[in-house]
Design a protein. Sequence first.
Length: 270
Amino acid sequence: MTNCIILADVLDGLASLEDNSVHLIITSPPYNLEIPYENHTDNLEYSEYLKWMSLVWKECNRILVDGWRLCINIGENKRQNISFPTFAAFIQQCVELKMLYRGTLIWNKNSAANHTAWGSWNNCSNPHVVPRHEYIIVFSKNNFKLEGDRNLCDLSDEGKEFMEYTRSVWNLGTESKTKIGHPAPFPVELPLRLIKFYSYRGNVVLDPFAGSGTVGVAALQLERIFILIEHSKKYVELMKKRIEKSNLFHSENLKVIEILKNREKINSYK
Ligand SMILES: C[S@@+](CC[C@H](N)C(=O)[O-])C[C@H]1O[C@@H](n2cnc3c(N)ncnc32)[C@H](O)[C@@H]1O
């Protein structure tokens, strides 16, 4: 199998993948918070947004190999006085798909951003909670436990990383949008940890909303095979550059496949 970028709408890209063909999915979907993406309007009706996301999780469940894992990164969906319980809705959606809920990691962003939307300053009339964290909700398909070769696991031998990752609060800084050239990248440390914690070397890792390709960069570093789906040509170019810059990468091993609207089947990435 070869590392692969699929330029396509997320549902077309997912439809092109075989049942039981992916071991680990790590993704951060659009949050529906009016982020200025290149060609996605990030302010759908909440119900429409949830319907769309439920179709994505259904496809994710279909293509996961039994026992393998889905990790969804989502923020606290707040707009001024309105809060959408997106994180809770995603858990509900995946549980309804009969996926096994493994728990939630809190990404503590340690962010000292100059946020001043407190609601009522120093007054209990209407104080807002200002999020300094995001969530990573984790599911398994059908089985909690996986047999695998410990020699292909990248957690350090002494158990230090394991101890750190099993604690539910992960302290990780944020990634610079300007440096990466994308409006919402997560830090590479986030997929690096998830890949080490939840997969073995040689496994196939997918990000269906790949953005700047951070999951691909992490997968390469840890000798996993990646599949990245993204519908913006501009971001696909960006992720290609990020991936090609990696010393580990041999360009003949990367395929870029464009799926047009006809949902044609891809077999060539295998
Ligand atoms: C939160 S960003 C992901 C950022 C990524 N984790 C990174 O580190 O760069 C969500 C991405 O989903 C993409 N996207 C939005 N709608 C899509 C669709 N219908 N099909 C495929 N990709 C889509 C956006 O273009 C955006 O790059």
